[in-house]
Design a binder for this molecule. Structure first.
Ligand code: SF4
Length: 416
């Protein structure tokens, strides 16, 4: 594991739990128009769930859990036959509909209809291992070259207006080098990009030192959907990414986290919030600001905040002027801002924006066979067992109950 130079006491532990969370995951279909390396789900044609069934899943979710938003994923949610009705239904339940998409099926017309139906935000998954073969222009492009595609979607959303814009990319050993470039790109577009998410690649590889079992039935490692046929790095940790980003942005400072279910010192979700404009990042908020936002939002809405609207993220100046009294990070940002406008007072007319940088570290396989998941998993989703029991399960491992009827457990291999 990377050296731990992010002290736990410098971070706010996000207060999310199973029954009271900011996000919940919904999969109305498993079909996709891409076949990304590293995807956690099988691409299944004709897998559209009937709309009534999806509405039932939402009823169940709402009976089990408070949530600020619903991440509509899949599969590719824009291929779902009832996507407009689904967005409208989620909105009518008082939840924020967020679409997690690769963007391919998104046209201006569809975007307009989704906006009218109440879509709150989009998270575009774009990275260099998605096999964007049908879109010749993007074939073989690296993470930095794909910024042109990211910008296309960010501008599309900005033109429609009032929709939160986020980007996801899976980070592999050979693409970790590009993360600082992406963080820099996000800064240059801080006025239209609200969040950048880096998800660390996790697969099972041939030398995995565990045997896998579904109940008492042994499962071969290469039968598990998320496996790689060759050895590769599958244990990049969140601090490794922070270290990489700091090579270029030494001030980069996370302020909130989710720990692991089996390791309280692992950063499963590591969140940084920065304030700046297109020319300069003034600073990073600290843990008190994150606590104030989460607790304040919960006090008034009875939910924990997930996505913020572009209107709110453009309130960087107001944030600095109001939160400096209780947050050290915001105080630092305000100092830098005042120096910035002292050089040229007309700069006061430029807006300052907030932007989130999130690192997600999915399952860690611990030496004794424990699987260290995100404690207070935000991306939990609906599942119905063969015996009809409904429950909420980790979306990143949904293939296991689908294939084997249960989650797999692991036993260290006998090396003798
Ligand atoms: S446990 Fe899995 S599904 Fe839940 S937040 Fe972590 S990576 Fe996502």
């Amino acid at each position: 594991m990377a050296e731990s130079y992010i002290p736990l006491n410098s971070l706010y532990r996000l207060p999310w739990s199973m029954p009271d969370n900011s996000i919940t995951w919904l999969e109305p279909l498993a079909q996709c128009n891409l076949s990304c390396y590293g995807c956690y789900r099988k691409n299944i044609k004709d897998s559209h769930k009937p709309f009534e069934e999806v509405k039932h899943e939402l009823d169940f979710i709402q009976s089990q859990r408070k949530s600020d938003c619903i991440s509509i994923a899949g599969g590719e949610p824009l291929l779902y036959n009832n996507i407009i009705e689904l967005v409208a239904d989620i909105k009518s339940r008082g939840l924020k509909p967020i679409i997690n998409t690769n963007g391919i099926a998104l046209t201006k017309e569809l975007l307009h209809k989704l906006k009218k139906a109440g879509v709150f935000g989009f998270t575009f998954h774009i990275d260099s291992k998605q096999g964007r073969g049908r879109e010749e222009k993007w074939q073989g492009k690296n993470e930095v070259e794909l910024n042109e595609l990211r910008l296309h979607y960010a501008e599309m959303l900005a033109e429609e207006g009032g929709i939160a814009c986020s980007f996801n990319s899976t980070v592999y050993d050979d693409t970790l080098q590009y993360v600082p470039e992406l963080v820099d790109w996000a800064h240059k577009h801080i006025d239209i990009v609200d969040t950048m998410v880096f998800i660390l690649f996790r697969y099972i590889t041939p030398n995995v030192p565990f045997d896998f079992y579904a109940g008492d039935k042994k499962i071969e490692w290469d039968e598990v959907h998320y496996h790689s046929d060759h050895e590769e790095v599958v244990d990049i940790m969140a601090p490794d990414v922070v270290k990489k980003i700091r090579e270029r942005f030494p001030d980069f400072t996370p302020s909130a986290y989710l720990n692991g279910t089996h390791r309280s010192d692992y950063f499963k979700w590591l969140l940084s919030e920065r304030i700046g404009n297109k020319n300069k990042i003034f600073g990073y908020t600290g843990k008190k600001f994150m606590e104030f936002v989460m607790a304040g939002y919960h006090f008034f809405t009875d939910k924990y905040l997930s996505y913020a609207s572009p209107k709110v993220t453009s309130l960087g100046r107001a944030t600095m002027l109001n939160a400096w009294t209780f947050d050290k990070g915001v105080r630092g940002a305000l100092k830098n801002y005042l120096k910035y406008i002292a050089v040229n007072p007309f700069r006061i007319f430029k807006k300052a924006h907030m932007q989130s940088i999130l690192i997600i570290q999915p399952v860690d396989l611990l030496p004794n066979g424990d699987q260290n998941m995100c404690d207070g998993c935000p991306d939990i989703t609906y599942w119905k067992d063969k015996d009809g029991t409904e429950k909420l399960v980790w979306s990143c491992r949904l293939e296991e109950p689908m294939q084997y009827g249960d989650f797999l457990h692991m036993v260290p291999k006998n090396k003798n």
